[in-house]
Design a protein around this ligand. Sequence first.
Ligand SMILES: Cc1cc2nc3c(=O)[nH]c(=O)nc-3n(C[C@H](O)[C@H](O)[C@H](O)COP(=O)(O)OP(=O)(O)OC[C@H]3O[C@@H](n4cnc5c(N)ncnc54)[C@H](O)[C@@H]3O)c2cc1C
Length: 396
Amino acid sequence: MNDITTGMPAGSGNRALHDSLRRNVRDLCGRFPDTYWRELETRRAYPDEFVRTLTSAGYLASLIPQEYGGAGLGITEAAIILEEINRSGATAAACHAQMYIMGTLLRHGSEKQKQAYLPAIARGDLRLQAFGVTEPTTGSDTTQVKTRAVRSGDRYLVNGQKVFISRAEHSDLLLLLVRTTPVEQVRQRGDGLSLLLVNLRDSIGRGLTIRPIRTMMNHATTELFIQDLEVPVENLVGEEGRGFRYLLDGLNAERILIAAECVGDGRWFIDRSSRYAVDRVVFGRPIGQNQGVQFPIAAAHIKIEAADLMRVRAAELFDANRPCGAEANMAKYLAAEASWEAANVAVQTFGGYAFAEEYDVERKFRETRLYQVAPVSTNLILSYVAERVLGLPRSY
Ligand SMILES: Cc1cc2nc3c(=O)[nH]c(=O)nc-3n(C[C@H](O)[C@H](O)[C@H](O)COP(=O)(O)OP(=O)(O)OC[C@H]3O[C@@H](n4cnc5c(N)ncnc54)[C@H](O)[C@@H]3O)c2cc1C
């Protein structure tokens, strides 16, 4: 694995490190042009070569501390990496989860688990890309998760179902949210849930069935059917019953990283729209000379830049170990809205050509739409800000 820091210290003030990260990620992504992503989509295939290249260059281990073989960087740097991936026209959704799942293992895993998994993940020998939270009958209401794990000696016996679990077919490990205490017996909503690290290679066909779900983009998401799956007790992360709290601990990182991807998407749309508006000549002049075309591009750009400031602020607070729930949620909200606006502006700017696959606008348009729904829907962010930040009465 390469030293992605080239010896420079991490931190939001380190401009030289950030510029070098941006340049290097851009160079790497340049080896995977639009045609690569388009071709994968026609086959509904996973970008294996891209993920392998990012991994061996060390980018997906940026948050793993150096003592476990990673780069030991902060969320600020991880966010820059994901932003540049999306800005290049690629999609970080193929591999971003490793960055935020890792935090749960780092913060709450035992030393034995960290030694067992983190160096292998950093080397690229293991992939921790799948996170199993969502269920068909509980949706956004995560505290009501029903997938049940019952302890029997040195094993948990797990039964249940998960939906929209991305990359499960392309990961070695799955972090699975399960109920270890029946909901009627818990004192507080959120108690009684636990996180298990499931070895997918050992589990498929032995209690775990994975069924792909075709979506409007090439996302490798799946449904999991779990029947009498045995998971060793030593794979419990942290304490039994505290899984929901561990999940909440990781949400700020997830929000910031997804916000960065949206900023990357937004910048891609603005770059492409601006270029096209200069090149495309209709009525004897570039379409971008018309204010009806240039103003929406300018307005979308302003919103992307504003969202970026909030994301940078959230990342600075996160890396300084200061509270950042409000900023992380607001950054995700602003960035997802701004990237969607930029996507719509790109469609309008490209006219009919936006709908032609070879311009890639329609692909990125479909990809960026997800971020107002997953990993968390916009309504739940508004609810967080209304109730937790502004003190309005709780709605659920
Ligand atoms: C492509 C894709 C990949 C995904 N990958 C993963 C993954 O890897 N792992 C994983 O665990 N999950 C994953 N998800 C699931 C995703 O996190 C959920 O779809 C999302 O959290 C919403 O849950 P739901 O779809 O059940 O919607 P629901 O909970 O049914 O909500 C439907 C709508 O109602 C709104 N709503 C619900 N309750 C309220 C309320 N009280 N107030 C206001 N509005 C409300 C929601 O905001 C939403 O707009 C993925 C989803 C997709 C589409």
